[in-house]
Design a protein around this ligand. Structure first.
Ligand code: ATP
Ligand code: MN
Length: 476
C-alpha cells in the first residue's frame, strides 16, 4: 500500500517495507533524495544505495522528477530528521529536465514565481500557503455548520448591482462591435442571452438577505468579481467572499459574530497547521531581517495569530476614530496622503492601519459610519446622518470585513433609494423582504484572501490565491 510522506514521517513502522510516490526536491551526493508529495511541508529523505543502482537511473533523479520508491523505513543516521528510507527499488515515473525546470532548489523571487503560478505550488512557501488556504476554507464551513447556519449559493451572474455603483464585469454573448442597437443607438440588451444587462456579482448579500428572511442564518462563500482598476497588494478582480446574513441580529450581534468567527477559524489553523505556520513564520523572520528596523513587525507570526484569538477587538465609533485621526501626529504633520479634514470623510487604508497598528495596537471594529460614504441598504441611525455599518480592521491589512445592520423599514429604504437614484423596479424582489414580515437583520462580507494574507503573513494578495486575476493579468 502507498503511504504519504506525512504518514511516514510520523510513523512507528520502523524496519518495515514502505512504498511512496512523490517528486524529487533535491538530490545530493548521488545518494540522498529529498522527496515531497504535498502531504506536508516536510520532505522525507530517501537514501539510495548508489553502488547497486543503475547509473542511468541515478542520472534521471533530478529536481522535479516524479518517482516511486520502495524501501525500508529506518531511524535516520543523519541529523535533521527522525526517520528516513533505505531505498530498495527506485522507479522514475516522470523525468524533469533540470536545465529547463524553472523551480530550482534555491530562493526565487515572488515576482518570478507569480509568472510561473502553475509551478510555484511546488515550492515550500506556496505549498504552505495553499494548504493553509484549504484548512481555512474548511474551518469557515465548519464554523457556520456548527453554529446553525445554512450554506447558500448566491448566483454569480446577476441582474442587479448590489452596491449601486459601477466596477462590474459585463456578461454578454454579444460580440464587440456587432451588438444589435436600439433606434437611439444604444445596445439592445433585450436581444442578449438573458434578455437584459447582466454582470458578474460583486456580492451575494442582497440575495442572501432574502434567504436569511426564511432560513434564519445563512452564509455564502463563493467567488465575487470587481472590475476596479486598483493595482494594490490587497485587491483582486476575482476573489472569494464569505457573507453571513442573520435574521434578528442587530449591529452588536453582528460585531460579536464577526469577532467570534475570525477567532474561531484562526484557532483552527493554529491547532491543525503547525508545520506550515512554523515554516511561514521562519520565512517571515528571514524577510524581516532585510527590512529597516522601523518597519519590522514585533511579533512572530504564530504569536500574532494567538494575540488575535486571545484579545478583544476594540470597538470604536467612526466619530471617535475621526477625532483620533484628526488630532494624530501624522495628520498634523501632513503625512497622510489623504488628510483628515471634515467629519464625513471616507477612511483610507493608511488611516485604518494607523488606528490598528499605531493607536490601538489590536484589531478594531469601527461602527456608525456617515451615511454618505456607505451603501444604501445600511440602517439609518436616529441621528439621521450615520448608519449602522461596521468594518473590522486588521494589522497589516486594513479592512478585512465590511458589514452592517440592514435597513428593515420600507419607507426609509425607499427614500434612500430615491435619493441615490436606485431603480425601485430593478430591486422589487429585494423590497418584498421589507413588505412581507420584515425584521431586523445583519450581515457582513469578509474577503477570504485578506484572511489568508493575514494568517500566512504574506504581503501580496496575488500570492494567496492560486491563479490571481488582476488588471492586465488573466494568465493560466
Ligand atoms: P476596500 O475598501 O478595501 O476596497 P470594500 O469597501 O470595497 O473594500 P466591501 O465592499 O465592504 O469592501 O467588501 C467586503 C470585503 O471584501 C472587504 O472587507 C474585503 O475583505 C474584501 N474585498 C473587497 N474588495 C476586494 C478586492 N478587490 N479583492 C479582495 N478582497 C476584497
Ligand atoms: Mn467596505
Amino acid at each position: 500500500m502507498r503511504s504519504t510522506v506525512s504518514e511516514l514521517l510520523s510513523s512507528d513502522k520502523i524496519l518495515q517495507e514502505v512504498y511512496l510516490k512523490g517528486w524529487v526536491r533535491t538530490f545530493r551526493s548521488n545518494r540522498f533524495i529529498a522527496v515531497n508529495d504535498g502531504s506536508t511541508i516536510n520532505n522525507i529523505q530517501c537514501v539510495v544505495d548508489f553502488e547497486n543502482t543503475d547509473e542511468a537511473i541515478l542520472k534521471r533523479i533530478s529536481t522535479g522528477a516524479a518517482v516511486a520508491i520502495t524501501g525500508t523505513l529506518i531511524e535516520s543516521q543523519g541529523k535533521g530528521q527522525k526517520v528516513e528510507i533505505a531505498v530498495t527499488k527506485l522507479e522514475i515515473l516522470g523525468d524533469s529536465n533540470a536545465d529547463e525546470y524553472p523551480i530550482q532548489p534555491k530562493k526565487h523571487s515572488l515576482e518570478f514565481l507569480r509568472e510561473n503560478a502553475h509551478l510555484r505550488i511546488r515550492t515550500n512557501t506556496f505549498s504552505a500557503v495553499m494548504r493553509l488556504r484549504s484548512a481555512l476554507s474548511f474551518a469557515v464551513h465548519k464554523y457556520f455548520n456548527e453554529n446553525g447556519f445554512y450554506n447558500f449559493h448566491a448566483p454569480l451572474v446577476t441582474g442587479s448591482d448590489a452596491e449601486g455603483a459601477g466596477e462590474m464585469f459585463k456578461v454578454t454573448t454579444f460580440e464587440a462591435n456587432k451588438a444589435p442597437l436600439k433606434e437611439d443607438g444604444s445596445i439592445d440588451y433585450s436581444k442578449d442571452f438573458f434578455g437584459k444587462e447582466t454582470n458578474l456579482t460583486v456580492s451575494g448579500q442582497l440575495e442572501a438577505e432574502t434567504y436569511a428572511m426564511a432560513l434564519g442564518k445563512v452564509y455564502t462563500f463563493g467567488p465575487t468579481f470587481r472590475a476596479e482598476n486598483s493595482n494594490t497588494t490587497r485587491h483582486l478582480a476575482e476573489f472569494w467572499m464569505i457573507e453571513p446574513e442573520v435574521a434578528f441580529n442587530d449591529l452588536d450581534d453582528n460585531m460579536d459574530l464577526g469577532e467570534d468567527f475570525i477567532k474561531s477559524v484562526i484557532s483552527y489553523v493554529l491547532e491543525h497547521c503547525k508545520d506550515d505556520l512554523k515554516f511561514l513564520e521562519d520565512r517571515l523572520l528571514q524577510e524581516e531581517k532585510s527590512k529597516p528596523q522601523a518597519q519590522r513587525s514585533d511579533m512572530p507570526l504564530r504569536e500574532k495569530l494567538q494575540f488575535i484569538t486571545e484579545n478583544n477587538f476594540k470597538r470604536v465609533s467612526y466619530t471617535e476614530a475621526y477625532e483620533i485621526l484628526r488630532n494624530c501626529k501624522p495628520n498634523k504633520k501632513k503625512k497622510f496622503q489623504f488628510p483628515i479634514t471634515e467629519w464625513g470623510v471616507d477612511l483610507q487604508s493608511e488611516h485604518e492601519r494607523f488606528l490598528v497598528e499605531k493607536h490601538f495596537k489590536c484589531p478594531v471594529i469601527l461602527f456608525d459610519y456617515p451615511a454618505t460614504i456607505k451603501a444604501f441598504y445600511m440602517r439609518l441611525n436616529e441621528d439621521g446622518k450615520t448608519v449602522r455599518a461596521m468594518d473590522i480592521l486588521f494589522p497589516g491589512i486594513g479592512e478585512i470585513v465590511g458589514g452592517s445592520q440592514r435597513e428593515e423599514r420600507l419607507d426609509v429604504l425607499l427614500e434612500k433609494m430615491k435619493a441615490l437614484d436606485i431603480d425601485e423596479k430593478e430591486l422589487w424582489w429585494y423590497l418584498d423582504t421589507r413588505k412581507f414580515g420584515t425584521a431586523v437583520h445583519s450581515g457582513f462580507g469578509l474577503g477570504f484572501e485578506r484572511l489568508v494574507l493575514f494568517v500566512t503573513g504574506m504581503s501580496n494578495i496575488r500570492d494567496v490565491i492560486p491563479f490571481p486575476r488582476t488588471p492586465q493579468n488573466a494568465d493560466f
